[in-house]
Design a protein around this ligand. Structure first.
Ligand code: PLP
Length: 287
């Protein structure tokens, strides 16, 4: 396996960064997770746009043009001879001293890892997942914008731990006003009387690329699709609930805080969107 690390392709063993890297010391950096379907790097442009936006927001200068970065990602996939893969792109502030000041960091560290993907088991798509709402709140959009896909994922890790403690598959995260925001690593959708809803990102959610793809797809398929705030109650009484994300794709939710959704079966709209989404995965991207 070849890993891209600052201009070189190195083995897994040699892919190491300094303990003084502020990505390690402080979670100072940004990242992306991207999938490759049958040789097609799905939505690569969108992932690169989000990476550069995240970096700009935290004033981290990526020393490559998007085109150069794209070539590095394509080359990493090619070098590892992968047709179906998961790619992790990391840009950290780089090594500095023990203080916080990013001005003391020499230059960003850039890592691209491409691995054969461990797919979610097929049964999970047939069975769906269980959710529990958690006490930890999504950090406020005016403090550390959830739109920034930063290396500081403690908020998400804490809610994942709460979900584990509750014995369910995933967390339902609310914001400080009690509106539903997202899961620990996926966006959330509900369907009620044929209308599909997902929270606006300003409530405190990452602007998921799968989310945006599903919004567009739903509109193109003629569904009424709304980005609007909703509460836990709306989730409990929804006809269907599903999650979207690079890893999960589109996955049905069968239970939320012990309220059963759609008799524990993935609903018609969820299945329709999943099958249409899968058709897109080999088309929209970079070959
Ligand atoms: N929300 C969070 C917090 C995430 O980390 C992710 C995963 O990347 C998502 C949502 C889903 O986003 P995407 O569809 O771009 O993978």
């Amino acid at each position: 396996q070849w890993i891209y690390l600052n201009g070189e392709y190195v083995t897994k063993q040699d892919a190491v960064v300094s303990v003084y890297d502020h990505g390690f010391l402080y979670g100072d950096g940004v990242f992306e997770g991207i999938r490759v379907y049958s040789g097609n790097i799905f939505k690569l442009d969108e992932h690169l746009d989000r990476l550069y936006d995240s970096a700009k927001s935290i004033m981290l200068n990526i020393p490559y043009t998007k085109e150069e970065f794209q070539n590095i990602i394509v080359e990493t996939v090619r070098k590892n001879q992968l047709e179906t893969a998961y790619i992790r792109v990391v840009v950290s502030r780089g090594p500095g001293d023990l203080g916080l000041d990013p001005n003391k960091c020499s230059e960003p560290r850039i890592v691209v890892i491409a691995e054969a993907l461990a797919l979610f088991p097929k049964e999970l798509y047939e069975r769906g997942v269980r959710l529990a709402s958690v006490a930890s709140r999504r950090n406020r959009a005016d403090v550390l914008p959830p739109q920034v896909k930063s290396l500081n994922y403690l908020n998400n890790i804490l809610v994942k731990m709460e979900a584990n403690q509750a014995g369910v598959d995933e967390a339902l995260m609310l914001n400080d006003q009690g509106y539903v925001t997202e899961g620990s690593a996926d966006n959330v959708f509900i369907v009620k009387k044929g209308v599909i809803k997902t929270p606006p990102v300003y409530l405190g959610a990452l602007e998921g690329i799968t989310r945006n793809t599903i919004i567009e797809l739903a509109k193109n398929l003629g569904y009424e699709m709304r980005e609007e705030p909703f509460t836990r109650h709306d989730v409990y009484v929804a006809d269907e609930v599903f999650l979207t994300g690079t890893a999960a794709e589109v996955i049905a939710v069968n239970e939320v805080d012990s309220r059963v959704i759609n008799n524990r079966k993935p609903g018609k709209v969820t299945n329709h969107l999943l099958s249409e989404f899968r058709k897109l995965t080999t088309e929209d991207g970079v070959k």
